[in-house]
Design a protein around this ligand. Structure first.
Ligand code: DOR
Length: 426
């Protein structure tokens, strides 16, 4: 079994409160030691990480792998390769597949398929309601036993508050976190971008921030009522940040994530009707973006998650109003997030934490998101200063729906190590 000695890098492991020039020795798929030693043990292959950060492999708690059912957009094989190229060693996949992951058979299929063809580990997230129809609860307990790490109807909200309450009560019994896609469908109806000056100028239907915030407020109230753990998916507005901050101050069990695109783009990205900038929730204002960055920096928002949403050309190369919502995110996450570090809006430690120990804690992923000796060797090595140009045609993902094609990026993944094996290098 291969043994590696990763040396000369800056090791950041927020879970262990570690940030220093150290060497990491791995063998038999596990972390043996993190030490000041400069001497490679006999038989170990040396990886020179000079100029690089060595961190626990990134965990993406929000991605769409489209398998089963939409394999023409992405599948578990291509999706996990793309994730590995982005520095991820664990990806949690959303249940809006066909069939929907609302039962043990789909949960088991995803886990089995990932074992067979996955470059990295996949943890499925089960549906809250059968068929994502918002009416009857899915097999929540059975899916949890089969390996689902959370529940959500992502892509759609659970509009019926009574059903959401029952889901939270169930989730609490299984200690599962409920991930909420917050969108009041009546307020959002007909909208294809953020409702504001730009939507008016473009003559496009708008989705007001209130469509998100009304549901964030409702779900915080339901989390208080039930005592369940609530996680707000893809937070996009300053109002959402205020609601989360207030709830956390009052001790409500709420956590939240933000995507790299909501941290870096605004509604202006839609100005030339680029369908690749059409996402749900929509890209919002400069003030919203700033509030999200600040909330990520101060811990109000816990996690960076990509919402990797691959679509085929036929879903996107249509008029803006008809295009599907979503953009891919695995292979551009790191430089987008690092831009905040380069701008001094975020510390490197917070960036690593938001991609490792925070999602591991929220999902209860035992042994993940840390470099502690004895744990599985899931590691990312990245070079924050390396400049490169994003070329979507070279992505491992099957999809190309990104507004970042051609971007001059700063920060590159050098190695991704999953279970002690190099699954990506550049
Ligand atoms: O932009 C999005 N795309 N937002 C969602 O909530 C769902 C996702 C998808 O499945 O394509």
């Amino acid at each position: 079994m291969t043994s590696y000695f990763i040396t000369n890098g800056r090791v950041i492991d927020p879970a262990a409160k570690m940030d220093a020039k150290l060497s990491v020795h791995i063998e038999h798929g596990k972390i043996v030691s993190v030490s000041q030693s400069k001497k490679a043990p006999d038989g170990a292959t040396v990886i020179d990480a000079a100029g690089c950060i060595v961190a626990p492999g990134f965990i993406d708690m929000h991605a769409h792998l489209r398998d089963p059912g939409f394999e023409y957009k992405e599948d578990i094989e291509s999706g996990t390769r793309a994730a590995a190229a982005g520095g991820f060693t664990t990806v949690c996949c959303m249940p809006n597949t066909n069939p929907v992951n609302d039962s043990t058979s789909v949960t088991e299929y995803i886990l089995e398929r990932a074992r067979q063809v996955g470059a990295i580990e996949v943890r499925p997230i089960g549906a809250i309601t059968k068929g994502l129809a918002g009416e009857n609860l899915a097999e929540i307990g059975d899916m949890a036993k089969a390996g689902a790490v959370a529940i959500t109807d992502d892509g759609r909200p659970v509009m019926n508050s009574g059903i959401m309450r029952r889901a939270m009560e169930y989730a609490k019994a299984f200690d599962l976190v409920v991930i909420s896609h917050c969108e009041d469908l009546h307020l959002a109806a007909g909208g294809v971008m953020h409702e504001g000056n730009v939507s008016t100028e473009l003559g496009l239907g708008g989705i007001p921030a209130a469509a998100e915030e009304a549901m964030v407020a409702r779900d915080i109230m339901l989390a208080e009522l039930t005592g369940a753990r609530l996680h707000i998916a893809h937070a996009s507005s300053a109002g959402t940040v205020r609601l989360i901050r207030d709830a956390k101050e009052r001790g409500v069990a709420v956590t939240a994530e933000v995507t790299p695109h909501h941290l870096t783009l605004t509604e202006e990205a839609v100005s030339d009707y680029d369908p690749n900038a059409k996402v749900n929730p929509p890209l919002r204002t400069e003030a919203d973006k700033r509030a999200l960055i600040k909330a990520l920096a101060d811990g109000t928002i816990d996690v960076i998650a990509t919402d990797h949403a691959p679509h085929d050309i036929t879903d996107k190369e249509v008029g803006f109003e008809d295009a599907s919502f979503g953009m891919i995110g695995f292979e551009t996450m790191l430089p987008l997030a690092l831009a905040l570090v380069h701008d001094r809006a975020l510390t490197m430690k917070r960036l690593v934490e938001a991609l490792t120990s925070s999602p591991a804690r929220i999902l209860g992923l035992e042994g993940k998101g840390t470099l502690a000796p004895g744990k599985q060797a899931d590691i990312v090595i990245f070079e924050p200063e390396h400049s490169w140009t994003v070329q979507a045609e070279r992505f491992a993902s099957k999809a190309r729906n990104t507004p970042f094609d051609g971007l001059r990026a700063r920060g590159k993944v050098r190695y991704t190590i999953s279970r002690g094996k190099i699954v990506y290098s550049s």
